[in-house]
Design a protein around this ligand. Structure first.
Ligand code: A3P
Length: 252
């Protein structure tokens, strides 16, 4: 197993590099026209980053591919410097599990059974899926927030991309929107070295264990959850999400 020591800040597990920058993160002040992407890990961060950049660059692929995605969208938690995007918890858990298997900067996930417990108890980097989703959901009407669902983008990308465009105050032609839909498809982004993390060294991400662009589907949880795990999960979900009106699509 890997020897990764996470640190805890106010009950949330974080990577040491994040904790080192904690005071900077806390003093971060957004400017009026900043757009913050606030995804839970593995909810489609890279996908929405690419969509936002394509809209910003008016569909100009060359401009959009000027640098790797990590450099076009700096993580405020990792250096200096809202748009939450949510993905159903079960697919997030599966995606995070495979990500921890291949990412040498994160602890070994252990067996799937072990990881199930780790995830539902929020003992993963960036904390509990439940807290993240509930928190942003409750906040969404009080601030200028566009709340997106991974499953919606998957089902009707053009419709959701148009929403992002409008939120950004842009007005692009239909042909440009169609191009953005094509360029941000899973197949394209999996092949694109500016988005697929192929430039990250194998000592950090070993894509022979699991690809960063792994499957990109809704419902892969069905290939991982046992019937008993699924029942237990639904029970925990009901308790933790009680009083929340949010509704996730679990399969397409
Ligand atoms: P899977 O592991 O289920 O395949 P993040 O960018 O937040 O780390 O999220 C990664 C997840 O988003 C991965 O899920 C990845 O395949 C998926 N993803 C990335 N780009 C995508 C796209 N264009 N369409 C659909 N899913 C995408």
């Amino acid at each position: 197993g890997k020897q990764i020591k996470l640190k805890e800040v106010e009950g949330t597990l974080l990577q040491p590099a994040t904790v080192d920058n904690w005071s900077q993160i806390q003093s971060f002040e957004a400017k009026p026209d900043d757009l913050l992407i606030c995804t839970y890990p593995k909810a489609g961060t890279t996908w929405i980053q690419e969509i936002v950049d394509m809209i910003e660059q008016n569909g100009d692929v060359e401009k959009c591919q000027r640098a790797i995605i990590q450099h076009r969208h700096p993580f405020i938690e990792w250096a200096r410097p809202p748009q939450p995007s949510a993905r159903n918890a079960k697919d997030c858990m599966v995606s995070y599990y495979h990500f921890q298997r291949m990412n040498h900067m994160l602890p070994d996930p252990g067996t799937w059974e072990e990881y199930f417990e780790t995830f539902i108890n929020g003992k993963v980097v960036w904390g509990s899926w439940f807290d993240h989703v509930k928190g942003w959901w409750e906040m969404k009407d009080r601030y200028q927030i566009l709340f997106l669902f991974y499953e919606d983008i998957k089902r009707d990308p053009k419709h959701e991309i148009r929403k992002v465009m409008q939120f950004m105050g842009k007005n692009l032609d239909e042909t440009v929107l169609d191009k953005i839909v094509q360029e941000t498809s899973f197949e394209k982004m999996k092949e694109n070295p500016m988005t697929n993390r192929s430039t990250v060294s194998k000592s950090i991400m070993d894509q022979s264990i699991s690809s960063f662009m792994r499957k990109g589907t809704v419902g892969d949880w069905k290939n991982h959850f046992t019937v008993a795990q699924n029942e237990r999960f639904d029970e925990i979900y009901r308790k933790k999400m009680e009083g929340t009106s949010i509704n996730f699509c679990m399969e397409l």
